[in-house]
Structure formats: structure tokens, C-alpha cells
Design a protein around this ligand. Structure first.
Ligand SMILES: *Cc1c(COP(=O)(O)O)cnc(C)c1O
Length: 492
């Protein structure tokens, strides 16, 4: 299987090369040339690891079977605290797909626990000598999951930029306490879109790339623009469908809905890829918070980022420019010049438009912070199940979908984070007084009140040393990288 750029069909790369480059030099994203159909009946007896091999093997055809199986083992055999990796729990009529049992308690672990191994192997396949510098912008969860995955991985360095004003306290602590000599964490004066934009500019800066090459470094990305992030996210959609089949909750071939709390459009795009590979999906339901740019797009066909970014209780979805939509547009038939024009319009005018009928496979809605709070409270009271703020966005939008359409198709909701990662907002929702109290005190009361155990990864943060204290302005990101890599004309 080969990969082309969304903006230039003349580019054709092997999977290993697409993973290493991260983003195409023309500014486009790498997309698979085709989707291999998967026969569900072949998957019925597989555990998560075997299923992972089926999916990854069909996309990354230039990797040896042995190396893929080794990567899968390294990623999923020990690092997850639940043996099923991504368990499915029934809550009322919904099936909640818990994607937060990895080391950093958010769904980003599902892919970032394996990406470092894929990248290491890709380096070997292509006989690359340079040290790889992973450059990442994060709205909170990608950063920590990437740091966790790449810390102390030989031949790599990892640089994470997060918005000072836009992450939860636990997220910030998780990143600032990161160990590993090859890690750099920097808070930037701005929001996630500024961080992501800055990182994209650095990727597309030819002279900076030359400077790196001259010093035996090369950039790659751990954001969901990297195809190596996206593909491992397809696995759990197949795993959950098969689980429903095996438990007799659905019939052979029965279509389901999938609800995904959406930010950069990576997780829901992975579900869409699953559909293209043969997973029986009725509606893909994309849930936004108050930054409802995607919800508006799916409802009207107009993508309009000309608005203020709101900081909400679901910070990992506080995004106005969803990178992975470019991939969806490509698969809907926008290619090369035509797609480049849309993306140029987005960059220069802040808006583009397509025919909304093309988005019929999707439904989208949004929830306010008040609705999120009410949803957490309601689900806890009715079902004794604690949601995080992002998952609550998904569940509230799903409620609206059912009210609006009357559709009773069985539905899986992707649960993207542990409630303890956003403990402050979750605690308030279930009636805990949080005023003037420490984060860990609040979390402990939350655990006690709800009978939900605190994940180890949260408790141990309390005693960890703050290692990273770097801050920078939006235009100071290159300087930070230079200093970290010991390059050129910085002040030391
Ligand atoms: C990243 C993230 C999302 C959004 O996922 P995308 O793939 O960016 O759409 C939702 N919830 C949580 C907790 C996240 O970390």
C-alpha cells in the first residue's frame, strides 16, 4: 500500500516513508491510495493484538510481519491497565468504548504507545542516520502521550508545545514533570491553534529544515497529521464491533452508529476509515463543544474559522482548525489543485464551502459547558458511571441526535479520557465543592463520593518534581528548538 499527498497526486511513498516525514513537503497530508476490505468473519477469534496486526499489516505493507508484531507487543502487552486494552461497557442503551486505560489516561495513548516503535522501524527500513526530532503541538493530551511514548527512545528527541492558557491542571502537571533527557516541553503564550499553526510553519520552513539536516537531525510529527497516528486508531472500532457481535448484542452485518467527541477530526476519521474498510456503520456522529466549527461545517457545508476560540471544560477539543478534515475532503473527491484552493481559502480568508450533501454519512451537534455538566450529573445519578467532560460532550450530542431523528440504531460512544484527568470540572458536576481546594484533595473526594478508583498515573503526579519551566511567545518557537538541539545563533 502506498501513500500520496492530499495536495499532489504525483507523490507516492511507502508507509514507512510517510510515517517518517509526518507531513508532505507540499503542505498536504499523507493518505492511503486505497482501502483494503477486511472480512469481519476472519476477525472473530482475535484478541486486540492480533486484530492490531490485521489492520496495521494491511496499511504498512513495507514493514516485516515480525517487526509489526514486535511493535504491537511492546505497545499493548504491558502499558495498559485493562487487559482488553479498549473495553466496552454498556451504560443504559449506549455502549461506551473506553479508550483511556493507557499510561496518560486519554485515547491518544491508543496510537502514541505504538508510534515510537513504528518510527524506529521505519528509520531502519529507510537506513536513516539522522536523529529524529518529533515536533508536536498539543491541546493537552497528545503532548503527554507522545512524551511518554518517546522519552528515552534512542535516536529520537521530542519537543512539545502546549498553550499556557488552554490545558487542565493535571494535563500541565503531567507534561511539566516529564522525565527523559531527550524531552523538551514549552508552554506558549497563545491557544492550541497558535501552537499548531507555529508547528506547521516550522515544518514548512525550508531553511530551518536545511539547518537541521546539516546538523544530522530531521523533523517528524506525532500529531494526528501523521498517518502512523491515524491507522492504529482504526483497530479499536473493529475490536468493539466484534465484541458486540460476540456478545450477541448485534447481528451479523448489522449497522451501528459511532459517536466521537471531536477536535482535530482524527479519531472520527479513523472510524470513517474503518467504514471504508467494511465496518458496518450507519451514522458517524461528531460531537463538538462550544467551539462548534465542525458541527457547523457538517450541518451547512461551510467551514468558517473566523470566530474566537472559547476555553471550555473539554480543553482537548478547543480547536478551530481541524487538520484531518483535509483528509476527509480528499476521500470525498477533492484532490490536488482543487483541494489546495480550499485550504488556501481557509488560510487566507478563514472560510471555504462545499456541498453539504457530501457530508451525509455524518451527523454533528454541539454542547455547552452547562450541558456537559448536566450530562455528567445525569449519567452518574442514573447509571452510577462517571464521565469525563469530553465524553460527556459526545453523550449529550447523541441524546440530541436521538431526539431529533428517532434513530434507535445501536450506538458506540468513544470515551476519550479518564474523568480524573479533568477532575475539577467533573467534581463540580457531581456536586463537590471545589472552591479554594487543592486539585488532589478534590480528586480524592471525587473518588470517594463516586466509588471510582483513582488511576495510578494521577496520584503519583502529586510528588513529582517540575522539570520543565520553559515559556515562549508565539514567534519564539524556532529559538526554543534551536537552543534544545544546540544549533546556530541562540544566546547560549
Ligand atoms: C484529542 C482528544 C479529543 C479529540 O480528538 P481528535 O482526534 O483531535 O478529534 C477528544 N477528547 C480527548 C480527551 C482528547 O484528548
Amino acid at each position: 500500500m502506498r501513500y500520496t499527498s492530499t495536495r499532489d497526486n504525483n507523490i507516492l511513498l511507502e508507509g514507512s516513508q510517510a510515517i517518517i516525514q509526518g507531513i508532505s513537503e507540499d503542505g498536504g497530508l499523507f493518505v492511503p491510495e486505497e482501502f483494503k476490505k477486511i472480512r469481519l468473519e476472519d476477525l472473530l477469534d482475535m484478541d486486540y493484538q492480533e486484530l492490531a496486526y490485521e489492520i496495521l499489516g494491511s496499511f504498512f505493507t513495507d514493514f516485516s510481519e515480525e517487526s509489526l508484531r514486535e511493535s504491537i507487543k511492546n505497545a499493548y502487552d504491558r502499558k495498559f491497565t485493562h487487559e482488553e486494552i479498549a473495553p466496552l461497557t454498556q451504560v443504559g442503551e449506549m455502549f461506551i468504548l473506553e479508550l483511556f486505560h493507557g499510561p496518560t489516561l486519554a485515547f491518544k495513548d491508543m496510537a502514541l504507545s505504538i508510534l515510537p516503535y513504528l518510527l524506529k522501524e521505519a528509520k531502519e527500513i529507510n537506513a536513516i542516520e539522522e536523529e529524529i526530532v518529533i515536533l508536536t503541538a498539543t491541546s493537552g493530551d497528545t503532548g503527554k502521550a507522545a512524551l511518554e511514548g518517546f522519552a528515552d527512545v534512542e535516536g529520537t528527541r521530542i519537543v512539545v508545545f502546549y498553550p499556557e492558557e488552554g490545558v487542565s491542571k493535571i494535563q500541565k502537571l503531567q507534561m511539566d514533570t516529564q522525565e527523559g533527557d531527550n524531552t523538551l516541553v514549552v508552554g506558549i503564550d497563545g491557544n492550541f491553534d497558535h501552537a499548531q499553526d507555529g508547528v506547521k510553519k516550522i515544518f514548512n520552513d525550508d531553511s530551518f529544515r536545511e539547518l537541521l539536516r546539516g546538523n544530522n537531525f530531521m523533523f517528524s510529527s506525532a500529531n494526528s497529521i501523521n498517518i502512523g497516528r491515524l491507522v492504529p486508531q482504526i483497530i479499536y472500532y473493529f475490536a468493539s464491533y466484534i465484541e458486540l457481535l460476540k456478545e450477541g448484542k448485534i447481528e451479523d452485518g448489522e449497522e451501528i452508529n459511532i459517536v466521537v467527541p471531536t477536535g482535530n477530526f482524527g479519531n472520527i476519521l479513523a472510524a470513517y476509515y474503518g467504514k471504508r474498510m467494511g465496518l458496518p456503520i450507519n451514522k458517524l456522529i461528531s460531537a463538538s463543544n462550544e467551539n462548534k466549527v465542525i458541527s457547523d461545517f457538517i450541518q451547512t457545508g461551510v467551514y468558517d474559522r473566523r470566530r474566537e476560540l472559547n476555553l471550555t471544560s473539554s480543553p482537548s477539543m478547543d480547536i478551530l482548525i481541524s487538520s484531518n478534515l483535509e483528509r476527509l475532503l480528499y476521500h470525498l473527491g477533492y484532490k490536488d489543485q482543487e483541494l489546495e484552493e480550499l485550504m488556501d481559502d481557509l488560510a487566507s480568508k478563514g472560510i471555504y464551502k462545499i456541498d453539504k450533501k457530501e457530508l451525509d454519512e455524518f451527523y454533528s451537534g454541539y454542547s455547552t459547558d452547562e450541558e456537559v455538566e448536566a450530562t455528567i450529573k445525569r449519567i452518574f445519578e442514573d447509571h452510577d458511571y462517571l464521565l469525563d467532560t469530553h465524553t460527556a460532550v459526545g453523550i449529550d450530542v447523541y441524546r440530541k441526535y436521538r431526539d431529533e431523528t428517532g434513530d434507535r440504531t445501536k450506538t458506540i460512544v468513544a470515551s476519550t479520557a479518564s474523568p480524573f484527568k479533568f477532575g475539577g470540572a467533573v467534581a463540580e458536576a457531581v456536586g463537590i465543592d471545589t472552591e479554594n481546594r487543592g486539585d488532589f484533595e478534590i480528586i480524592e473526594e471525587l473518588a470517594q463520593k463516586t466509588g471510582t478508583p483513582i488511576p495510578r498515573g494521577v496520584m503519583e503526579l502529586e510528588d513529582k518534581e517540575i522539570i520543565h519551566k520553559n515559556k515562549c511567545e508565539r514567534d519564539g518557537m524556532e529559538e526554543e528548538i534551536k537552543r534544545f538541539l544546540g544549533l546556530g545563533d541562540s544566546d547560549d
